[in-house]
Design a protein around this ligand. Sequence first.
Ligand code: HEC
Ligand code: HEC
Length: 405
Amino acid sequence: MREAGRAGRAKRAGRAGSARAGADGRRGRARWLCGALAAVLACGLGAGPGRAEVELPVPPGVLPPEVPEDNPLSAAKVALGQKLYFDTRLSTDGTVGCATCHNPRTGFADARGRTSAGVGGALGPRNSPTVLNAAFLLEQFWDGRAEGLEAQALQPLVNAIEHGFADHNAFVAKLRGLPEYRPLFREAFGKGAITAERAAQAIASFERTLISLSAPIDRFLAGDASALSAAARRGWTLFNGKARCNNCHGHVESLPTFSNEDYHNLGVGIDKLDLAKIERQAQAALARGESPEQVVAGLGLPDAEASELGRFAVTGELQHLGAFRTPPLRNIALTAPYMHDGSEATLADVMELYDRGGNANPRLDGGILVLELTAREKADLVALMRAFTSDDLQRFDHLKKLVAD
Ligand code: HEC
Ligand code: HEC
């Protein structure tokens, strides 16, 4: 399955046009497809525990998110996952849940600061991405270090500055100490123990329901020109032309996240480091046969600086120094601040970054050029970004009440 994914992604790299074929290929083979591409997809009808139906609001023509064969969707799992997602007791100091940093009141992202605070108020180096539509992403995190939502969900639990547990056993011990979870796990998974893997499967199932693909841009692309303001329409022309946004955020009908899911260096953060020196040290360490993890550790950088190495820490490829995954653009107006480090406060600031051709550094992506946009053109692009906000988000209003004030 992952081989298909890699081949698909390689095919998709760069151009939105080829992205479609790649995306279709990657999902066509292995996905757990429980119905034709219908307006509403009904899943989870098999026998076994928690077999009630779950409907994912995937519009016609859009490939449904990948669901691993060993974690079919069920209503019981989604309900359990939702409870786990909002439960702040599942952290070492009892104050942090997934919703602390992926808050439904702020577009399922974190508006508290540039980066997110976890247990004990400790600040991490990165900005929280939204989990809305994360189900469509093959590789999770800004550097893509987790494949799939299940693998992703296991990480924050044992991150020292997120949920804070020393290991998954410590998490499970706390979970088992909350008796109300026992029947919920039984309903979702049948007999057997409460495990971190099952908790992650339930959380991933809940996240798969956080789909929102109904924005003015969608109606515009379906042929309703009046769905966009004149400014946003000009923005769309710029997006696909002079401003070159579509090189990385191009529209793909079957996978409309506005991300090529590839990794690029825009110079955000890495411009503050001596990259030439880092690269020399990294090259020597790689020549000694060190793993990416060892190379990064050997550089001896403080956490915040090591974070700027981006995708390099996952692949050990020098071309990935300072590269981060192209983020999806849906609901982007709701999820300020921006970039992997939250360094751009507003969408207008983001347009300034692109206009000046990113931040200079030795590994700047070849696709980032000085744009020479006028003030009106930058405003038009911001107007376009606002047209990426879904108007069906009231579907999640009931979740806002589950977040502690
Ligand atoms: C203390 C804040 C914090 C907590 C708590 C937290 N996250 Fe995150 N989350 C982040 C940050 C920051 C990132 C980006 C980190 C990175 O890319 O290195 C992230 C990334 C993600 C992503 C990847 C999205 C994408 O676009 O790649 C998902 C999915 C996610 N978190 C889900 C969860 C779940 C599920 C939980 C609870 C089990 C959780 N998070 C708990 C801050 C948090
Ligand atoms: C070469 C690929 C590329 C091009 C071209 C590009 N982007 Fe991006 N975009 C990215 C990457 C990669 C990031 C994240 C960079 C980081 O955090 O270091 C990003 C981040 C963003 C963000 C912030 C998203 C968030 O969740 O914080 C917005 C908004 C955005 N881009 C819009 C645009 C617009 C509008 C254009 C055209 C003017 C554009 N991008 C052109 C790759 C690209």
